[in-house]
Design a binder for this molecule. Structure first.
Ligand code: ATP
Ligand code: MG
Length: 431
């Protein structure tokens, strides 16, 4: 075993980063790196002593280190453990429920980025989009397909950015959980976030691991969890457009094209081939081409053997989607969770925009609806755009997705907003 390999092995056993070992040993971190890369073959005796102490080597290990550092091969190559780091290979991916023929183009983009990322670069794919567009399903499906390339395992971490009745996971808590699942004893997990993140990177060093970070709330939560470790690649999902590292591939998931929406509906509802295509098209349009809504409508049809697609369409035409639920899923609940996470001024802006009779409007109309200046309106609109609660089909033109419009208008009237303001808003739209 070379000097570099020995030092690396003992450093990892001590759960230290290169920076931490350098600090403990009173050496420059560049010296530690060169030693580990076998770029410095005969270090000074004092440096060797300091390293042995920092690594808490026992007598036999010190003798081995001294011999190897003097250029003598170790006499115990076979007794050295292959890798002393605690390690349990994680296989944490949830079930793959992706329907064939749906989101194939987006899947190819994710796979491409992960498989063609030249080592040692770290690959991050960042999937964002409004509630229910299929971010998690896509990330999990891609991770299953890519799994064979990552022999050291696949991690799936639900960050609860928009979970019901659960606050977003603190980054330190997420790191501690990951470290525990990988076999690091609880007493070795540092309290301080920076130390925890350093240990996380250290444990991942030299491993090929795929990490899915699902439903990230914001950058504060996400950034400590990006390992920046060669060999480890990451797929992040979020309802927000977050600022990611420079080499991240950003993929915004929109609603589905009509043909894919029909495919998703027929595959999941188990429709017979006799249902006219225009009926299917009308159903998925009423679902706003949103995968979550299509899935719920399909589940409703499946749950009522007496219904056919025509009955479902009648029901959607009469009541809209808000009444429909499938198990614990509902479109209203998904949108509620985005709305609840907004600060008060953005919540009010969302409700006011929802009060408009028409879901599309320009900046001046938005400013009138929001009863504010255009500068302030732009700020509020930008926040809603980032949260994927608003779309900007062309510069200066805004649009609420039909289902979002229905959700926001159902929140009317906003508390404390007077009737005259509502009249002013509608007048602005009509002029
Ligand atoms: N490719 C797909 N194949 C089959 N079903 C899908 C697909 N994409 C989405 N769905 C259905 O839509 C539902 C919502 O998808 P998913 O949970 O991935 O959305 P999301 O964008 O992650 O939503 P959120 O923002 O709430 O996390 C899923 O439960 C699934 O039923
Ligand atoms: Mg999700």
């Amino acid at each position: 075993m070379s000097l570099g390999a020995l030092l690396r092995m003992w450093r990892r056993r001590a759960l230290l980063t290169q920076e931490q070992l350098a600090e403990r040993a009173g050496l420059n971190v560049r010296t530690v790196r060169r030693l580990e890369n076998d770029g410095l073959l005969q270090p000074r005796t004092t440096s060797v002593l300091q390293l042995a102490k920092a690594l808490e080597l026992d007598g036999a290990e010190r003798a081995t280190l001294n011999a190897v550092a003097r250029g003598h091969p170790t006499d115990r190559p076979t007794t050295a453990p292959a890798d002393p780091r605690p390690w349990t290979i994680p296989r944490q991916l949830p079930a793959d429920v992706a329907a064939p023929g749906v989101r194939e183009r987006e899947l190819a983009i994710v796979e491409d980025h992960i498989t063609t990322m030249p080592e040692p670069d770290e690959g991050v794919v960042f999937v964002n989009g409004m509630a229910g567009t299929g971010k998690t399903v896509l990330a999990v499906h891609a991770a299953h397909r890519l799994a064979p390339r990552f022999p050291d395992g696949q991690l799936f971490v639900d960050l609860h950015g928009h979970a019901q009745a659960t606050a977003p996971v603190e980054p330190g808590a997420a790191l501690a959980r990951i470290l525990r699942t990988m076999g690091v004893p609880a007493e070795h997990i540092p309290w301080h976030l920076d130390d925890c993140a350093a240990l996380y990177r250290s444990v991942l060093t030299g491993r090929r691991l795929l990490i899915v970070l699902d439903d990230a709330a914001d950058e504060r939560q996400l950034l400590p969890l990006l390992p920046a470790t060669p060999g480890c690649q990451v797929i992040v999902t979020s309802r927000h457009r977050l600022t990611c590292p420079g080499n991240a591939r950003i993929l915004s998931l929109d609603t589905l094209p009509l043909a894919e929406a029909i495919t998703l509906f027929t595959r999941t509802a188990g429709c017979d081939g006799d249902t006219p295509r225009d009926v299917l098209a009308e159903i998925v349009r009423r679902c706003g081409l949103l995968p979550l809504a299509i899935r719920i409508a399909a589940a409703c049809l499946q749950a009522r053997p007496a219904w056919n697609a025509h009955h479902l369409l009648d029901r959607l035409a009469a009541d809209g989607l808000t009444e429909l639920t499938a198990g614990h899923q509902s479109v209203t609940a998904a949108f509620d969770r985005s709305y609840e996470r907004l600060p008060a001024d953005q919540q009010e802006a969302y409700r006011l925009l929802g009060s408009a009779l028409h879901p599309a409007f320009d900046l001046d109309t938005a400013a009138a609806l929001l009863n504010t200046t255009t500068t302030q309106a732009i700020r509020l609109l930008d926040h809603l755009l980032n949260a994927h609660l608003l779309q900007e089909p062309a510069p200066g033109l805004y649009r609420l997705h039909d289902l979002i419009h229905a959700h926001a208008s159902a929140l009317w009237p906003p508390d404390g907003v007077s009737a005259p303001l509502r009249v002013r808003c509608h007048t602005a739209l009509l002029t």
